[in-house]
Design a protein around this ligand. Structure first.
Ligand code: SF4
Length: 332
């Protein structure tokens, strides 16, 4: 190892990524393709990643699709272009494989809103409740769960639980409230939320809709209730994508992280897709996940070249965290 890489690995915990200079003339896409072959690696990317990363991925999907791909892959190395909890899930399912994440600081406000010590106290106060956790939580929270779910399969998972069994649902209170309505189950909710899906401005959305009265508002269930009430369709990221493909409508206002619009535009190039506006006056006039966007093409290249940063979990976390994920995968 050169002194530069030794130094960069030392600074990893503080920075979250390898801080090394990348030659500007390098064709990073071609280099990443080469590294994939050399290292027998597979790149799994979430729809909220920047467009160039989505385009280079072997598999693109939402949390459920990527969890399933992680469980099926023969590759020796999984490179997760997403956020930390997703890479942890891939490691829990594939403990024998190397799992890389381009930037360890690619976290999640929703996962952070559920600290393990406090959550443990909460569930200890309700010992008769089964614990269902949305996959957007840390590996430690998964070790405290009976079953995980994603926004694609949450209704199915809840309906698989006997009706007289009380349920704790965590960490997303907005998704929890939506699921209570959908399933009619009176669940005890943890008060967590996603800052990206709470950043939409309902006033701006209604103004936008006045300008595009024919547009259908479609939303992710992590959004708040007033916004969900305006939506003609509510679904997970992959369900939203399917909806714009199959629906006869020509114009859609999309209330989820704006990264999904790249894939939607590829699949339905003739339809008009408008990101739902956020409260902030940002450049994209949309709601973007700052954590997801921490992964860049340069960081992806460096993490594959030097096989770092790597997700490391204790055997205990892997063993206890695997049960609720496997239970989910066996149902959905
Ligand atoms: S969009 Fe929200 S839930 Fe998804 S990774 Fe970002 S902060 Fe977490």
């Amino acid at each position: 190892m050169t002194p530069n890489i030794i130094e960069a690995k030392k600074n990893l915990n503080q920075l979250g990524y390898l801080n090394l200079k990348v030659d500007e003339k390098l064709d990073l896409v071609a280099e990443i393709q080469k590294l994939k072959k050399e290292k027998n690696a597979v790149i799994l990317a979430h729809y909220y990643q920047e467009a160039v990363i989505q385009d280079i991925a072997d598999y693109l999907g939402d949390s459920l699709a990527l969890a399933k791909k992680a469980a099926q892959t023969d590759a020796e190395t999984i490179v997760f272009a997403g956020v930390h909890f997703m890479a942890e899930t891939a490691k829990i399912i594939n403990p024998e494989k190397k799992v890389l994440l381009p930037d360890l600081k690619a976290g999640c406000s929703l996962a952070d809103s559920c600290p393990p010590a406090e959550f443990k106290k909460f569930i200890d106060q309700h010992p008769d409740h089964i614990v269902i956790t949305y996959i957007n939580c840390s590996a430690e929270i998964k070790t405290l769960s009976d079953i995980t779910c994603t926004s694609s399969n949450a209704v199915q998972i809840i309906e698989s639980i006997p009706k007289d069994q009380p349920i704790i649902f965590a960490p997303d209170k907005n998704l929890g409230k939506y699921l209570i309505k959908e399933t009619g189950r009176d669940m005890l909710l943890w008060e967590g939320s996603c800052m990206v899906h709470e950043a939409f401005s309902i006033e701006r959305l209604l103004d936008l809709h006045k300008k595009h009265p024919k547009a259908k508002i479609i939303a992710h269930p992590e959004s708040e209730e007033p916004l969900l009430k305006t939506a003609q369709f509510i679904g997970s990221t992959s369900q939203l994508l399917k909806f714009v493909k199959e629906d006869k409508g020509e114009e859609f206002i999309v209330a989820t992280e704006a990264g999904i619009l790249h894939q939607m535009a590829k699949e339905v190039p003739n339809k008009i897709l408008i990101p739902a506006p956020s409260n902030e006056d940002n450049t994209c006039a949309c709601s973007e996940c700052a954590y997801m966007k921490l992964n860049t093409l340069e960081k992806l290249y460096l993490c594959m070249k030097y096989e770092s940063p790597e997700i490391i979990l204790s055997e205990e976390v892997i063993e206890k965290g695997r049960r609720p994920i496997e239970r989910m995968l066996s149902i959905s």
